[in-house]
Write a protein that binds this ligand. Sequence first.
Ligand SMILES: [Zn+2]
Length: 232
Amino acid sequence: MSQITEKIKKKCFESNKKILTKKLAIQTFGNASQRVNSKLFVIKPSGVNLKKLKSKDIVLINIENGKKIKSKLKPSSDTDTHRILYKNYPSIKGIAHAHPTFLTSWAQTGKPIPNLGTTHSDYWRFEIPITGILNKKEIQYDYELNTGKSIVKLLKKKKLTPETCPGVISRYHGAFAWGKSSEEAVKNLEAMELIAELAFYTTIIGYRKKVGKHLVDKHFFRKHGKKKYYGQ
Ligand SMILES: [Zn+2]
């Protein structure tokens, strides 16, 4: 295996560890992956406790057919969800998935997270959307692939890009986030969980006037797009 692939495996391994240290998952829940090139990505193996995970355990996957390459371990059961996102969006370089408390609570309500302030707007320009309900057939056959397809469908329907929407809520399930690396994907997932927590308290307390578009766009565009200047 090439040195580049080994390096990316190590990065993916560290991102998977971060899911645990940032308390975004318990036990074997949660997984992170990273793109190697247009044809390959690496992902966490299936059922391995994040505490016991080693860099060499990370599995290399073919984006086109989903087959693993030179690995004894089985890839994460969510591999097809990651794969379909890499296949549809070349700009996605890393993906993180988990079931953190606040995001999963929103997932279980079936509600998107409204944009209620600047922390949200620093990452998501609009609401954090939620995928549709899978039908019986979609759950029985190729469930993980259909979970991925429901995310692609949602982004296309709402005319969102991986850049304006760095993650979505997977209905009844949890959240998927992405970025320019697996590390950035985990950071976006962490921010997403904080936003979900803030939105939970904000809606419980109740707000007087919803945040205006000018403030939302100020925060989003100072961090994203051609005219960004924040933190440079
Ligand atoms: Zn899951």
